[in-house]
Design a protein around this ligand. Structure first.
Ligand SMILES: [Zn+2]
Length: 248
């Protein structure tokens, strides 16, 4: 049975969205309140039965350690935490000790690039490789073993981004494309994910996790609209994304 991957970011308390991860309204809409997230986990547990599901968390906000890991552990689950290494130790972000502790507790720690470029797919090849390699090597030094998982910042995936990841030693790369199908690029496994935003009911997460068709279909449709806008230009895409998400 194929594992489906669900993408979260931060989980905050009492609407304090600036407490974890990247600041600003664009980032905030991907952050869930603790009670909301707890309902998602409950719904996922009821929906998945024996279906494997990967719960992934982007950016490396401090809530990964302060809140999310413990909540997952109550369900006997472990998360995939993708860390933006240049931000380690900054306010709102994980520090080195917290990353080491997540790894020690059995969670997967992976790279979310070094600097979280605004448009990962547009930067020069050399920089693309070093974004992956620098962050991967830094994380490996922290946890004391190779780090082979990563997720693409901002959803700016291209085949070149995957080739650069493969060259830097990444073996599994998560995109933001809402798909359950996977493919291999230069030996690196590329998997899609279903994104969860604040205000999406627990039934959405549960639906993605259990592989239900309707929420997956609706998200794929939204994704195609975003991709069409992205083709026009990266800058326009960022504005189009704002517009689409407001309507969604
Ligand atoms: Zn990100």
């Amino acid at each position: 049975m194929k594992a489906l991957a669900v993408m979260y970011h931060d989980v905050v308390e009492n609407g304090n969205y600036s407490a974890s991860g990247f600041p600003g309204p664009g980032a905030d809409r991907y952050k869930l309140d603790r009670l909301e997230f707890a309902r998602h986990l409950q719904a996922i547990r009821e929906a998945i039965r024996n279906q494997p599901v990967l719960l992934t968390f982007d950016d490396g906000g401090v809530s990964a350690h302060e809140r999310i890991a413990g909540m997952l552990e109550e369900f006997g689950w472990r998360g995939h935490f993708f860390v933006t290494t240049d931000f380690l130790g900054l306010p709102g972000f994980l520090d080195v000790e917290q990353v080491r502790d997540l790894d020690r507790r059995g969670h997967v720690v992976g790279s979310h690039s070094a600097s979280h470029p605004a448009r990962m797919s547009q930067i020069p090849w050399e920089r693309m490789v070093s974004e992956w390699r620098d962050s991967r090597e830094y994380l490996a030094k922290i946890v004391g073993h190779p780090v082979e998982f990563a997720s693409v910042p901002g959803g700016f995936y291209s085949r070149k981004v995957a080739r650069a990841a493969a060259q830097a030693g990444i073996r599994t790369l998560f995109t933001s494309e809402p798909t359950a199908s996977e493919h291999i690029v230069d030996g690196c496994r590329v998997l899609g994910r279903y994104v969860v935003q604040r205000g999406m009911g627990p039934e959405w997460s549960a639906g993605f996790a259990a592989g239900r068709v309707l929420p997956r279909f609706r998200q794929a449709l939204l994704w195609k609209t975003k991709q069409a806008a992205k083709v026009v230009s990266g800058g326009l895409y960022l504005r189009a994304r704002e517009a689409i998400l407001k309507k969604a």
